[in-house]
Ligand binder design. Sequence first.
Ligand SMILES: [Zn+2]
Length: 339
Amino acid sequence: MQPQAASESPESKRRLKNILEVSGLIDELYVVKPPAATLSDLLRFHTPRYLDELQAGDKARGGNGGDCAPYMPGSWAAATHSAGLAIAAIEAVALGDLDNAYALCRPPGHHAEADQGRGFCLLGNIPVAVMRARALGQAKRVAILDWDVHHGNGQQAAFYHDPDVFTVSMHQAANYPLETGGFDEQGEGAGLGANLNLPLPPGCGLGAYAYAMETLVLPALEAFKPDLIVVACGYDACAKDPLGKMLLNSQAFATMPAQVKAGAERCCSGKLVVVHEGGYSEGYVPLCGQAVIQTLAGSKTAVFDPQNEEIAAWGYQSLQPHQQALIDGWHQQWEQTTR
Ligand SMILES: [Zn+2]
């Protein structure tokens, strides 16, 4: 068998940057190249042992940060700059310097845990940035919405006992990681009721996602009254992704950010930061990413997605009865949890 390239590669991110350039959208954005996250930033979330091991491996021949997190020399610089980008985006929006922001991060971060890398993620970009913003008094209550097709286990673990950070994950049930992401994981101790998992069945289209957003996710986010909303924006719930089995098209990646942007306007003066996570279709991530950034910027471009209508016309794209029953059931249970 001839092996194919690793799923996580620079290509989807490079192509997204290129489409922003050729569409002219990048000219409407304020583009920054922030410094790397410092050790003291990282140590708010990660253990010294893990950071030491990662730096030592980076200086040698690379290694494995943990579970499915291989890296090569040079990765420390990339990972700390990726976390630095999330830090700068959250700081700029929290302080009111920007209305909203998109962090085109690589490597991704939402699977990384305090003591290990996981699932192509070395450092927890969002936990590191949120912990820093809170430590510096830039924000007190933060809501994190993860719509990557995989469970946002890193954020969940980082804030599981914390009542002031609300973590939500909409993901494909029992994909990765296998052992986390159930609806019954709702936080512990003071954090009980501040973690909401929606483990969706494979085959969900925009119908299911938009219904879950409108009926459960956004009302829960808004009831939490955050100072800021952060989206862990993976693109692997798109119909073209090799690692996910969902049906979203680029239109969905305009609709969902528009929903959360409207929610942010209702509850936290529009303060919204979107951080790039997974997404492994080199051809389709750029079209979906362009749709997200265009929606955040409130602009239109001439970019045309030739596959949008075809995917939209597939069967099962609309809300299916079994999906609605599941979401309605969660809704009822969630109201009991948070009553
Ligand atoms: Zn993913």
